[in-house]
Write a protein that binds this ligand. Structure first.
Ligand code: ADP
Ligand code: MG
Length: 508
């Protein structure tokens, strides 16, 4: 963090007041460097990873420069996805909360034109949208740029990757010559450089070397596992980790729903998030995660891009990402807003070589993730069962239940242990897995490093007795983890009503 305070940056007093109200203590590095340049009216080229605070880096100074009494589009922001557009629009609303009258309008594809046209007619100082729909409105004449003061391209490399570059250029060409421009991108591929050279001449360049920054608050683990055992491994991770909310990444849209169904059947509050959902469903899903109606989201890269939900404590890479860039974006979904997070990557034997590249790109080592042994796991389940049972020892209905069971016991000459045992078996029959009787099987261990081919007798496929090689040892210690109290995942009894009222996740 920089040494400057927000108050020293020269922001409009109303904007400064809003920032103070949100509770930001200090500008992040990209904010400290970008805000003065944008306040001075310069073009800005910002290279920074996700999670570095880019939105405020452009929103705060640009809001400081508009004439808030004019309800015509003065700031235009282009974003790659609808989710990001909405998120940026929400941020603008927050940062402009002390303006007397302020409207921000998100416009994106997949939504009816009519409400957007109505919104544009009503007037808004800031428009945030995806390039395609923005261009549609410009061509229809429903969006006019006569009062435009500034244009922002947010996540430019992602817009390129999604095939929006022509639309972006067409929009740039339509903006007034004296319009201030800012371009933010995590990387600088040649096409983005070209756009910058053409439309952002003499821009102030701000580069935040943030690969390590991005992941510094996130502890990263890798669990090598056979492809066909991934679901078992995931189920155990979810059982032992102290998860508040988690996002699980898979490669395909189809897999988001398949995996969501499987985890849902195991008792988790889970939802898929992919391009297969319509806009409303996607917004609803993110809202459900924020509010705690869902704890786990199974997502594809595109759908989860830029997702900012501070209660996400865990990112699980069920499928490896396509490249290191995507990996950094994925794990950046946790450790938001200054919190810490944990990322766990499942790799199959064939994918292990990729890990070295990844460690180099993130400039941080991955630790071998260790699942608890079957014995530890069984002990954990027993403790969890016990604490849930004890949670009912003060239930309002306990006295009545006891007198009913007393009568039954007496009539049938049973002792109370037998009655309790029969009840427990009934529970188990109603919900298999709720009674921790069996020792869970051990998942076969895969080595974290590829086997050496030259050695005789070396088994291909990588069976070994434990993760070895370039990884530091160290399991899911610290918060929760095996032995970390009854049921890493199980919320303590008494918190939030009846402990067993929430169905415990069925076990692998
Ligand atoms: P990026 O666009 O670079 O991925 P965002 O602008 O989405 O990052 O910001 C990431 C998170 O950090 C958001 O939750 C935001 O509210 C928070 N944030 C931004 N600036 C600050 C700051 N100066 N202090 C604390 N939190 C901040
Ligand atoms: Mg952003």
């Amino acid at each position: 963090m920089s040494e400057l305070s927000f108050a020293e940056l020269g922001l409009d007093p109303a904007v400064l007041e809003a920032v103070t109200a949100v509770g930001y203590e200090k500008p992040s590095p990209i904010q400290a460097q970008s805000i003065p340049a944008l306040l001075a009216g310069n073009h800005l080229l910002g290279v920074a990873q996700t999670g570095t605070g880019k939105t405020a880096a452009f929103a705060l100074p640009l809001l400081s420069r508009i004439d808030a009494s004019v309800t015509e589009p003065q700031i235009l922001v282009l974003a790659p996805t609808r989710e990001l557009a909405i998120q940026v629009a929400e941020a603008f609303t927050t940062y402009a909360s002390k303006f007397r009258q302020f409207h921000v309008l998100p416009i994106y594809g997949g939504q009816d034109f009519y409400p957007q046209i109505k919104g544009l007619r009503r007037g808004a100082q800031v428009i945030v949208g995806t390039p395609g729909r923005m261009l549609d409105h410009l061509r229809k004449g429903t969006l006019k740029l006569d009062s435009l003061k500034a244009l922002v391209l947010d996540e430019a490399d992602e817009m390129l990757r999604m095939g929006f570059i022509d639309d972006v250029e067409a929009i740039l060409a339509k903006t007034p010559d004296n319009c201030q421009r800012a371009l933010f991108s995590a990387t600088m591929p040649p096409q983005i450089k070209k756009v910058a050279q053409t439309y952002l001449r003499n821009a102030t360049e701000v580069k935040i070397e943030s690969e390590t920054r991005t992941v510094e608050r996130i502890s990263q683990f890798v669990l090598p596992v056979y492809a066909e055992r991934k679901l078992d491994a995931l189920t155990r991770i979810l059982e032992v980790e102290p998860i508040d909310a988690a996002i699980i990444f898979v490669r395909t849209k189809a897999e988001t729903t398949m995996l969501a169904e499987k985890l849902s059947a195991r008792g988790h509050a889970v939802a898929p998030l992919s391009g297969d959902l319509n806009q409303r469903q996607r917004e609803q899903t993110v809202e459900d995660l924020k509010r705690g109606k869902k704890d786990i989201i199974i997502a594809t890269d595109v759908a989860a891009r830029g997702l900012d939900v501070s209660r996400i404590t865990h990112v699980i890479n069920y499928d490896v990402p396509y490249d290191t860039e995507a990996y950094i974006h994925r794990v950046g979904r946790t450790g938001r807003a200054g919190r810490t997070g944990k990322a766990i990557l499942l790799v199959t034997p064939r994918e292990r070589s990729w890990l070295k590249t990844l460690e180099r790109a993130t400039n941080s080592p991955m630790e071998a993730y260790e699942l608890p042994s079957p014995t530890d796991l069984k002990k954990m389940r027993e403790q969890q069962f016990e604490s849930q049972l004890l949670g009912f020892a003060e239930d309002k209905k306990l006295a009545k239940a006891m007198s009913l069971l007393d009568e039954i016991a007496e009539r049938n000459e049973m002792d109370m242990a037998m009655v309790a045992g029969a009840l427990a078996c009934w529970m188990e029959a109603a919900q298999p897995g709720s009674l921790p009787l069996e020792q869970p099987e051990a998942l076969p261990v895969v080595s974290a490093t590829p086997p050496r081919r030259d050695r005789k007798g070396g088994r291909p496929g990588g069976f070994k007795n434990g993760p070895k090689g370039g990884f530091k040892k160290g399991g899911p210690k610290g918060r929760g983890g095996p032995g970390g109290g009854p049921g890493g995942r199980g919320k303590p009894p008494g918190k939030g009503g009846k402990p067993a009222g929430k169905r415990p996740p069925r076990q692998a």
